[in-house]
Design a protein around this ligand. Structure first.
Ligand code: PAF
Length: 281
């Protein structure tokens, strides 16, 4: 497996490639969820490139940019074992040569300032901008993203559509611990008691989805009750919403493909999860 720390080296390698390429963009500190993205990428393309870059543009001022775990050696070892062809681990100066404040940015309207975007202003501008740049640098045929970050996935799908980017977006199901907690690099921040409480996030989403499948239910009341249950379990709620899948706008009566999205804090750790389902007319 090759490791490229500079853009020129990556571009030199990319020019020589004649086979199809799938990109798995990550911020490192890889867990089994990321490695499953690599497995899926290998089913689509001849070679898999994994980018590892903790992107400062998508972190808010009071977020965990400085403390975000950086584990490049262990990540490369795991990726080599999993059969990645190359890792691209650039420096901030390679990605933002003029500095963050004067960088051209990509805004995906409507979807970027709701839900997580409302609580994390500018976050999806940072995600869309880095993903577009990585697409230009790696020039993949495919790119694989986890459904765990559902809003991110839909922001990227819309960006690709709006800008006619020649990349097929593949989504991978959320990888979960045995007790149902979605795998996330940020789970490492949870204390033992918070970790014990965390699986309730998904358990309550599952219970809510079963209730929502019944005809004639009061959606707002069920959402409020589920949020209250999470609060009683020790979460501090950010949001719990039922949205349509395509653009994450509020679900209307005739929308069939729906998604429940939740964000809530345990202590200082912000957890997100979601559950997609179809409602039949
Ligand atoms: O999901 C992530 O790890 C990041 O948001 C991504 C897609 C690598 C962009 O920095």
């Amino acid at each position: 497996m090759q490791l490229f720390k500079g853009l020129e080296e990556l571009r030199g390698w990319r020019k020589q490639q004649t086979q199809s390429i799938a990109l798995v963009p990550t911020m490192g500190n890889l867990h089994e969820g990321h490695l499953k993205l690599v497995d899926l990428a290998k089913r689509y393309a001849d070679k898999v490139v994994v980018s590892i870059f903790v992107n400062p543009m998508q972190f808010g001022k009071n977020e965990d940019l400085d403390s975000y775990p950086r584990t490049l050696d262990a990540d490369c070892q795991a990726l080599a074992e999993r059969g990645a062809a190359a890792v691209f681990a650039p420096q901030v100066s390679d990605i933002y040569p003029r500095g963050l404040d004067v960088q051209t940015v990509i805004e995906v309207p409507q979807i970027s300032d709701i839900l997580c975007g409302a609580s994390r202003p500018g976050h999806f501008r940072g995600v869309a901008t880095i993903v577009a740049k990585l697409f230009n640098m790696v020039q993949p045929n495919f790119a694989v993203f986890g459904e765990k970050d559902y809003q991110q996935l839909q922001v990227i799908r819309l960006m690709v559509k709006d800008l006619s980017l020649p990349v097929d977006i593949i989504s991978a199901p959320t990888e979960r611990a045995q007790d149902g907690l979605a795998l996330s690099s940020r789970n490492g921040y949870l204390s033992a008691s918070e970790r014990a409480c965390a699986p309730q996030l998904y358990a309550i989403l599952q219970q809510l989805q079963a209730q929502l499948q019944r005809a004639g239910v009061d959606v707002a009341k069920l959402l409020a009750e589920a949020a209250q249950q999470l609060t009683a379990a020790g979460f501090k709620m950010d949001y719990l919403e039922l949205r349509r899948q395509s653009d994450l706008q509020p679900a209307e009566a005739n929308d069939q493909d729906l998604v429940l999205l939740v964000a809530a804090y345990l202590g200082t750790t912000r957890l997100i999860d979601n559950l997609t389902f179809s409602r039949h007319a």
